[in-house]
Write a protein that binds this ligand. Structure first.
Ligand code: SF4
Length: 262
């Protein structure tokens, strides 16, 4: 399919989605072709002026807002729709080059409606700062948009089940398709399972490049792991993964940054 034809198909699907309360239907083959097309590159090449770039960002923000609204009222997991305080959609720059994916909201996120705001989230913010990013520069989302429910009277968080992740995953796929980041980072093995359907240990997964729909994907430890394991060697592993991300994004890296946690 040529790029102009592909643009027409995407525009038509978006019009159907805006005007209808039902999602547009397409065959698996058509979806696979659409997903394989280099939409991100063409969008970025086509939008070179600052004005065009602003328009693109606004368009992406509008598209994300429409998905957010569907998530806000979602009851596909009845047990989670009952137990949640609110859904936790995602936060950050709709036109981000870099997107982080976690597993699910915890108690803090459920209360505040924003991903990664608890202790692990604060650590992620510090990692971003060390990379010379602000939270507003990147986009952060989870596989699951509702906090996994806990038995009455118990504390803490539980990981999402495979069924919960499979049910909620289409929303994340929509977010990625709209944002079209240049690099994805999956935080922890559960996020990897939710995104790729791959079960493996972090030792097998982290530290090297994978791909999701032709987008480079780096897998690293969840910040909560670093809160439990404060050894400099573990911090260095995550930092080395982030150095690879910076290199892939062609961001400048100082000698000081290269030597963190050595
Ligand atoms: S977890 Fe996702 S699919 Fe399930 S109810 Fe929440 S928003 Fe809907």
């Amino acid at each position: 399919m040529t790029q102009p034809a592909l643009d027409l198909v995407i525009a038509a699907l978006e019009r159907i989605r805006e005007k209808s309360d039902r999602a547009p239907c397409a065959s698996r083959t058509a979806l696979a072709r659409l997903q394989a097309a280099p939409v991100a590159a063409s969008l970025r090449e086509a939008c070179t002026s600052p004005t065009e770039r602003r328009l693109q960002t606004r368009n992406k923000a509008d598209l994300l807002a429409a998905v957010r609204e569907r998530v806000r009222t979602c009851t596909k997991c009845a047990h989670l729709a009952c137990s949640r305080t609110q859904t936790v959609f995602g936060v950050g720059n709709p036109d981000a080059d870099l997107m982080f994916i976690g597993e699910a909201p915890g108690a803090d996120e459920d209360q505040q409606g924003e991903p990664f705001v608890g202790r692990a989230g604060q650590l992620l913010t510090r990692i971003l700062k060390a990379m010379n990013f602000a939270r507003e520069d990147v986009y952060i989302a989870n596989i699951l948009k509702c906090r996994p429910d806990m038995p009455a009277g118990s504390f803490g968080n539980r990981p999402p089940t495979p069924t919960e992740m499979q049910t909620c995953r289409p929303y994340l796929v929509e977010q990625i398709n709209i944002i079209q980041p240049n690099v994805l980072v999956a935080l922890g093995a559960v996020a990897v399972e939710g995104l790729l359907g791959t079960r493996a240990t972090m030792r097998e997964l982290r530290g090297r490049w994978h791909t999701y729909n032709s987008i480079p994907l780096m897998i690293t430890y969840h910040p909560a792991y670093l809160l439990r394991n404060q050894a400099p060697s573990e911090k260095r592993k995550v930092w080395e993964d982030m150095l690879q991300v910076l290199e892939r994004l062609e961001r400048p890296i100082s000698d000081r940054q290269r030597n963190y946690f050595l």
